[in-house]
Design a protein around this ligand. Structure first.
Ligand SMILES: C[S@@+](CC[C@H](N)C(=O)[O-])C[C@H]1O[C@@H](n2cnc3c(N)ncnc32)[C@H](O)[C@@H]1O
Length: 246
């Protein structure tokens, strides 16, 4: 996948991603001449049919939104809560499983020092590798391994799980985490959450802090038409926060 070089944004927020600056850029509003694509960020340019667009520099999130998706990803709202509740930072070591499409591990790698992510399936591992490369991340190690069999890292600040049977990793996670470190499990259903939390409660050294479902409601703000959007995403997943206390 070619890297995104420029973002074009219309006044109503439609975004277009330019990957090749050596050719005119074609979109639903006509085309932008290649000479215009090279103008500096903040410049307003016009397509051949007169549609105005502003040139922006692609940010991490612009590029991130274009990653390839195979299995269902964790959405940014839930990733935001994981970061906020665990306080991970540029010095943190994170272990993640299963990598899936790589959405969570790639976002975390943008924030922390190092991420090691486990993925059982070879086909998904290829997608993750592709996404790591597309985002230009150098601090992720992908292990094509079964995390139910063990975690070899030690002194870990945060372990994130998005797995069908997360309770199978609790004992491995306890050993891998440093005391005070966090374990966060993301599950779409309550039976999974229930089995996970029950096992945590029966494991010496771990403490269940809370289980949260985060609902995000977007609003339309257009002059005096200010109201919730008619459509919203109802449910994504439950996040269970656990801490190693001994
Ligand atoms: C829902 S996806 C994870 C999505 C990921 N969190 C993201 O944001 O892109 C679940 C992944 O767990 C992987 N998986 C299932 N069991 C596993 C195991 N025992 N070890 C490692 N990965 C496993 C699956 O192959 C699948 O890719």
């Amino acid at each position: 996948m070619d890297k995104i070089k420029k973002v074009l944004i219309t006044s109503d927020g439609k975004k277009f991603f330019v990957r090749d600056l050596t050719k005119d850029f074609h979109c639903q509003f006509g085309f932008v001449k290649k000479a215009n694509l090279k103008k500096k960020e903040g410049s307003t340019i016009k397509t051949n049919i007169g549609k105005q667009m502003i040139i922006l520099k692609p940010s991490f999130i612009d590029i991130y939104r274009k990653i390839k998706r195979d299995p269902q990803i964790i959405p940014p709202k839930d990733i935001g809560l994981i970061i906020a509740e665990t306080g991970i930072n540029k010095n943190s070591l994170v272990v993640d499983a299963g990598a899936g499409s790589g959405a969570l591990c790639c976002f975390l790698a943008h924030v922390v020092k190092k991420v090691v992510t486990y993925e059982l399936r070879e086909d998904f591992s290829k997608t993750v590798k592709q996404n790591i490369e597309f985002l230009g991340l150098k601090n992720i190690m992908l292990k094509n391994k079964d995390v139910y069999k063990g975690i070899s890292e030690r002194g870990v600040d945060l372990i994130t799980l998005d797995l069908p049977e997360p309770w199978k990793v609790i004992e491995h996670a306890r050993k891998a985490l440093k005391t005070s470190g966090f374990l966060v499990s993301y599950s779409p259903t309550i039976p999974q959450t229930n089995d996970f939390v029950n096992k945590v409660n029966n494991t010496e050294g771990l403490m269940h802090i809370k289980t949260v479902e985060l609902i995000q409601r977007e609003w339309e703000v257009n002059d005096r038409k200010v109201r919730p959007m008619s459509r919203m995403i109802g449910h994504t997943g439950f996040l269970s926060f656990v801490r190693r206390v001994k």
